[in-house]
Design a protein around this ligand. Structure first.
Ligand SMILES: *[C@@H]1O[C@H](CO)[C@@H](O)[C@H](O)[C@H]1NC(C)=O
Ligand SMILES: *[C@@H]1O[C@H](CO)[C@@H](O)[C@H](O)[C@H]1NC(C)=O
Length: 196
């Protein structure tokens, strides 16, 4: 019996040991895959799933993927990231407005650039921080309403040049495309806040 046992024991020992060693390697690899792959996958899916439910789906995906923080954010975090992208884009537009202002020669352009400066200044310094605070405190509906106003800054700025408010139409401003992107980003932010 003892002989048999040790024989079997001997026979099984070394293959078992080998299996244990490679088994441990496989186990470690599995644990690594399980802890990282599904996380990244579910995060990629969260961006995709979230953007699936908003207007301007493609812009939503590309904007969120352009920001590394999206990979570890929940829906509320994605909404906050989108608000920050709106802020970054608005800051860029305001800088362009401020560069153009001293060079504006005609009255309509001057007044509209002034209006743009005021509207974007209000959005960047007042409305976006307010929307962010409401989002963080869970006042979702209010955050959405404020974010709609954030987006309207760009519409008011852009349309000023062509709506004759201050005189003959000047056609769209040179930063009109940026105004549109800003408005779309704000709309996406508003929609994601609604999902948060
Ligand atoms: C505007 O938003 C986009 C995302 O659509 C972002 O990639 C870009 O960096 C932002 N622009 C600026 C000037 O920050
Ligand atoms: C404004 O005018 C100055 C010259 O007076 C020029 O150097 C500058 O490039 C102009 N800026 C813009 C945005 O047109």
């Amino acid at each position: 019996m003892t002989y048999m046992y040790s024989t079997w024991g001997h026979l099984f020992q070394s293959p078992t040991k080998k299996m244990n060693t490679s088994g441990a390697g496989v186990a470690i690899a599995l644990v690594i895959m399980l802890s990282f792959l599904p996380l990244n996958q579910s995060q990629a899916n969260l961006v995709e799933q979230t953007c699936q439910k908003v207007q301007y789906h493609d812009l939503c995906v590309s904007a969120l993927r352009s920001d590394g923080r999206s990979s570890s954010a929940d829906v509320k975090g994605l909404a906050a990231i989108m608000l920050q992208l709106v802020k970054a884009n608005g800051t860029d537009i305001l800088a362009e407005v401020n560069t153009m202002l001293p060079n504006a020669t005609d009255d309509v352009t001057k007044k509209c650039l002034g209006l743009c400066r005021d509207k974007f200044g209000e959005a960047l310094n007042g409305l976006i921080p307010e929307a962010m605070a409401k989002l963080q405190s869970g006042s979702k509906h209010e955050a959405m309403l404020v974010t709609i106003e954030v987006g309207e800054s760009a519409i008011e700025c852009d349309s000023c040049f062509s709506n004759g408010r201050f005189g003959p139409s000047r056609g769209p401003p040179p930063f009109s495309d940026k105004n549109h992107v800003y408005f779309y980003l704000a709309t996406v932010a508003k929609d994601i806040i609604g999902l948060s």
